[in-house]
Design a protein around this ligand. Structure first.
Ligand code: ZN
Length: 409
């Protein structure tokens, strides 16, 4: 039953949309294990009237370097008009962070929370996006609203490194003119740019020796780390990095062995191996690489300073890989103006923003599909306090409808 009376157009069945959200939140699907949630989304799409022939999975999971149950879920719907137009892409990710395992959603006032509050995350990141996409199709069909051809994309393994979006084949999406990614808190926040990042790993091989009897015969990998970090810190490359007007960040994450144990086994042994993992970020792709290069230089320098009594040095192997490229869409790009107009159509004021986190949209832009991101009520994500704000979720549904039915620019 449509209950919205005062809200701006377009109208839709908010109760059904909330029921859909709770249904999708109840299905587990942590990153890499998206088979069950994929099936549930397909069931909900079929109930909304989508024919089985419109639904398929791609084979991105065969290219993702981590075990992944299924490919990305792709749905292609013809437009209602006679004119041939390029499709619009609506996308979202269907995986959740591992902290969501065991969540059980329940509606409490204008929120959805976990029944066992404070024990797990909820999964509103990103089942809100999944529910918005299914609601979009259900309402377009039920209300027989005119719309251009649509491609829906539900990606896998977003949370563990944007892998589904990275490894999809853009040729399988039907040539969309632009993309709308649902993954965020606020429907009026239009994300038009995002940061880029490198992840790097450095393996330092020293030499073990008895630390009390013959320390001079050892080469301490731990000391290489310490000297490298001191150089990085002194050079201003750690944490928030500002150089000649360029801004970025960097961080050192795990310090240990390749299989996750602590670096160094005993106090009386010179530590012979340490693996360090870290990251570099900036909205300037070149500066991301400069930050990573500063780390590489510091580790290599430190490796030459820590020697045994015969002058042998530590061996340092620094490997860096592009996590995702930064992007910034122009304010007058058609995807941005269409999004801004749709936000106004639902009675809100658009807020164009850039984010310091990576998004599936980073890869879509790289694939040649200009893509903005907006939110649909996820809150306190990746924490045990996670909840969904249903007012914002309903705004996200309404915005998707406005985007799909509004006049193209
Ligand atoms: Zn997300």
């Amino acid at each position: 039953m449509p209950i919205t009376t005062l809200a701006p157009m377009p109208q839709f069945d908010t109760q059904a949309s909330v029921a859909r959200l709770v249904r999708l939140l109840a299905v587990p699907g942590i990153t890499g294990q998206e088979a069950a949630i994929g099936r549930e989304i397909i069931a909900a799409l079929k109930e909304a009237g989508v024919p089985a022939s419109a639904i398929s999975f791609d084979d991105a999971n065969t290219r993702i370097p981590e075990p992944t149950q299924t490919g990305n879920l792709i749905v292609k719907l013809p437009g209602t008009g006679k004119k041939a137009t390029k499709p619009l892409l609506f996308m979202t990710h269907m995986d959740t962070v591992p902290l969501c395992a065991g969540a059980s959603p329940v509606v409490k006032g204008k929120r959805v929370v976990n029944v066992h509050e404070g024990t797990t995350a909820l999964g509103g990141d990103n089942r809100t996006g999944c529910a918005v996409l299914v609601t979009l199709v259900a309402e377009l069909f039920k209300q027989k609203l005119p719309h251009p051809p649509l491609t829906l994309l539900f990606t896998v393994r977003e949370e563990s490194g944007l892998f589904g979006a990275k490894h999809l084949n853009p040729a399988e999406l039907g040539g969309p003119a632009m993309g709308f990614n649902v993954d965020g808190r606020n429907a009026a926040d239009v994300i038009v740019g995002a940061i880029g990042a490198d992840r790097w790993t450095v393996d330092i091989k020293g030499k073990a020796s008895h630390a009390g009897v013959a320390p001079e015969k050892g080469i301490s990998a731990s000391m290489v780390v310490a000297l490298a970090m001191a150089e990085v810190y002194a050079g201003g490359w750690w944490g928030k990095v500002v150089k000649d007007g360029k801004v970025g960040t960097s961080n050192i994450g795990p310090i240990g062995t390749a299989d996750g144990r602590s670096a160094g086994d005993a106090t009386n042994v010179v530590t012979d191996f340490v693996q360090v993992k870290g990251e570099s970020r900036s909205h300037d792709a070149k500066f991301v690489r400069e930050i990573s290069a500063a780390y590489k230089l510091a580790f290599n320098n430190a490796g030459t300073r820590v020697k045994d009594n015969e002058g042998r040095m530590a061996k340092v192997k620094f490997t860096s890989r592009l996590d995702y490229l930064p992007f910034r869409l122009k304010d007058d790009a058609p995807v941005v103006t269409r999004a801004a107009a749709a936000v106004r159509a639902i009675g809100r004021e658009p807020n164009l923003r850039v984010t310091n986190g990576g998004l599936d949209a980073n890869w879509m832009v790289k694939h040649g599909i200009p893509t903005i991101t907006f939110g649909a009520g996820q809150n306190e994500i990746h924490t045990v306090k996670e909840f969904v704000d249903l007012v914002e979720y309903e705004s996200g549904c309404r915005l998707a409808l406005a985007l799909a039915t509004g006049e193209a620019e």
